[in-house]
Design a protein around this ligand. Sequence first.
Ligand code: FES
Length: 642
Amino acid sequence: MTNKKSRTEENNFKVKFLPFETIVEVPPGTSLLDAVKTASLPLKTTCGGKGTCGDCVIQIIEGTYHSKPSAALSDKLASRGFSLACQTEVKDNITVQLPQFRELDIKSIVDSKFFKEQRDNISGVYELNPSVKKIELLLSPPTLEDNYSDLRRIERQLQKELALKKIDCEYSVLKKLAQTVRKNKGKISIFLSLSGKQATVIDVAPQSEGKKLYGIACDVGTTTVALHLVDLQNEKILATASSLNQQIACGEDIISRINFAQKPGRLKKLQELIILTLNNLIKKASKSAKVSISDIYLASVSGNTTMIHLLLNLEPRYIREEPYVPTFNQVPTILSRDLGLKMNNEGRIYCSPAVGSYVGGDITAGLLCTPILRDSKKVALFIDAGTNGELVVGNKEWLMTCACSAGPAFEGSGIKCGMPASEGAIEEIKMLDSGEFKYKVINGTKPQGLCGSGLVDLLAELFTFGYIDRHGKFNEKKAGKKIVKTEEGKGFLIEEGKNCYWGKDLIVTENDISNLIRTKAAVFSACSVLLKNVGLGFDKIDSVYIGGGFGQHLNINNTIRIGLLPDLKREKFHYLGNSSLLGAYLILLSDKNKDLANEIAEKMTYIELNTEPTYMNEFTGALFLPHTDIKLFPSVKQTLNL
Ligand code: FES
């Protein structure tokens, strides 16, 4: 059943992938899996396309296709449009929803309990004073006596109102200046990019056009990307949008992306993918807030050093080669037209400063959201357990930092049942005495997988109930029928496919468990080494601030039970959520936060864990639940009788 009218000139068909709206053209009969690869989008293919693992399941929203039947997909699901990409041929223009790509459930943490309570105590400044301003002017008409140029008359008035020392003007503004100043009887809106006492006119419009001033705050993570669209005249967040970073098709962590970038043309491709991700989010946010993209004049971006290099198309290889030197720590302001971001052509883009190759602008921005720099006596620990684990210890007087390659497990990547914290993710899970699980799914839909907080809970519950031992190995005798065979070895059944969105059993494999244990061990051992370097024990920590992509509901007891975080009094812990995004928002709102972020970056001393002789020992010790040295976890020892 082909639709001849809908075919493209070359007789190819268009395949549209949601939610990215990425469109590729493929010849008739192409497998959907090949179309996914052509579009550079990720899809799990554990069996390599043999049609046996069921991991490449997608949902066809519109269009005709032909699928071979497979035991890995039930008839019921097939009748609802679900299909295995490797077993499906394109027979028409077609629209496909990819699994785990539904919009991530990132909430604005400006409304979080922590931020509401601590807003006046944080290291950053919470005020509205952005570096791009909109000024309304009434220009008196030129006369024979006052026949200064249009620009000179604008400068004269701006100098009077803002006491500026120097004013520049973009060429694009000059080109439309004569008409604009005369269109609305001299009533004009001027858009200024300010830096101290210097300003550049970046746009001008008749007041009658009612142009607004908006900005975007973005967190460019290795796994996920999130942004807030903000009204810069009243600091209101108008819309939030988030998705997976489309670069994920080229590697799940920063090292594999740096390696990917080494072949000709690949660095450019990585840049295009992150720009595409950001532009889709900007489009989505501005559509939902009914905002014109040309009214977005400022962007504040925070991300790890590699992500910012890839965003700016800068060679990233020296980040991973000894002595681990990035191209920059503080990026100059970039113009949106140079990057191709969907905002006003003269829009300004600011990236948070990095400390070094492995402690990036996401950490300096994140620290702005904590009270760490307010106190000279108390010692705080900041942990960002994203795809890369970064830690900072210190206070107003000193800051020490390190990074560990934790891997993306707690962001749901690289785990069979893992997914980012988006609709359909199990974010809380408890085991009942009967051995059944009770869980809470984001947006209350059928479960599709587990996000970071769900995975922490799952590991803690399996351990507490004795289904896994301290090495993370299954207790098969106890688990009985719960142990199932998978393409990746033994697994533990969490939920049967008939109760799950994609119709596949939700299973955590033994490999996944060791992956999660390695991740938690990397973070905990980095913590131990960092503290030993400054001669402090865990007991000297007054507060612990946790950021990262776990989701909204991290259970602190469970993070301690699995040995991810130290066994301290629970009231010392504060879960921040996406602190990188909140930091980017603070920088967007106030120029003062740029200076503070630079100050933080300058102040931090970086420890390279690769050259720390004790790190490997610490890491090996942490590869147990909760730790080889159970004395470090007295509360877990007591509760579980270890
Ligand atoms: S890759 Fe399609 S079923 Fe395994």
